[in-house]
Design a protein around this ligand. Sequence first.
Ligand SMILES: Nc1ncnc2c1ncn2[C@@H]1O[C@H](COP(=O)(O)OP(=O)(O)OP(=O)(O)O)[C@@H](O)[C@H]1O
Ligand SMILES: [Mg+2]
Length: 255
Amino acid sequence: MTATVLDVRGLSKAFGGVRAVDDVHFTIAAGELLALIGPNGAGKSTCFNMLNGQLRPDGGSVQLNGRSIVGLPPRRVWRLGVGRTFQITATFVSMTVRENVQMALLSHHRRIGAVFARAGDLYRDEADALLERVAMRDQAERVCGVLAYGDLKRVELAVALANDPKLLLMDEPTAGMAPKERVQLMELAARLARERQVAVLFTEHDMDVVFAHADRIIVLDRGKLIAQGTPAEVRADPQVQAVYLGSGAMYGHAH
Ligand SMILES: Nc1ncnc2c1ncn2[C@@H]1O[C@H](COP(=O)(O)OP(=O)(O)OP(=O)(O)O)[C@@H](O)[C@H]1O
Ligand SMILES: [Mg+2]
C-alpha cells in the first residue's frame, strides 16, 4: 500500500458569483502522476493556487502527509515539500542555469545568506547532479535569459527538485512547447515521480500527453469534479466525452 501524500476534501473557492472550484476531492500517492484536466476556466489553476498557499480556500481541507496546510503562506508550504513549476517561468534571467539551481539548493538548506560569500562553489556538485537529471548539465554556464523555452522549463524543474519536494505541482508545464518537447518533459516528470517517489499533479491541454503519462486523471468542469479514474476509465466516461465533444481531443489520439 503506497502512502497518501496529498489528501484534498471539499475544496472550494468562489470569485464573486463564479464558483471556480466547487467541492473538489482527490488524493495523490507517493510516486503517482495525477493529471488534472478540464476545459479553459474549469478551475485547474485555482486548485493549484490553493494547494501551494497562494490562494486561501473558502472551504475544505488540504492535508500534506497528514498535516493541514490550509492558510499557510506559500513560503511555508514550499518548506514542507511542495514544489511548483509555473505557467509563466520564474527563473532569474541574468543568472546562469547552474546558479539558479544553486540558489534553490542554498534556500532549501537555509543558507541564503551564504550566497553573497561563495555562491560559486556552494552546492555546485549537487546542482550539476540535478541538471544532469533534467538533461541540462551541458548548458549549466549559460544565463537563463538566452535559453529556449523548453530548456527553461527543464531548469525550472531542476529548481523545484532542489527543494526535494514530496509533492510537485506542474500547471501546464508544456504550454508553448513543441509536441516532441512536451512528450519529453512529461516522460521526465513521470520518471522523477517513480524514482524519487514524488507525488506529481499536472495540468495539460494535450490529451495525447495526458493519456500517455498519467497514472490517474481527474476531470473538472466549471469548478466541479465530473470524473476520476484511470486513463481508460476517464476516456470511457460519458460526461467527460460530452465536455470534450467538439474538440475531438478524446477521440483522435487514443493510445
Ligand atoms: N483572481 C481571479 N478573480 C476572479 N476570477 C477568477 C480569478 N482566477 C480565476 N477566476 C475565474 O475562475 C474560473 C476558473 O479559472 P482557472 O484559472 O482556475 O481555470 P483553468 O482551469 O486554470 O483555465 P485554463 O485552462 O484557461 O488555464 C474562471 O471562470 C476564471 O475566470
Ligand atoms: Mg490555468
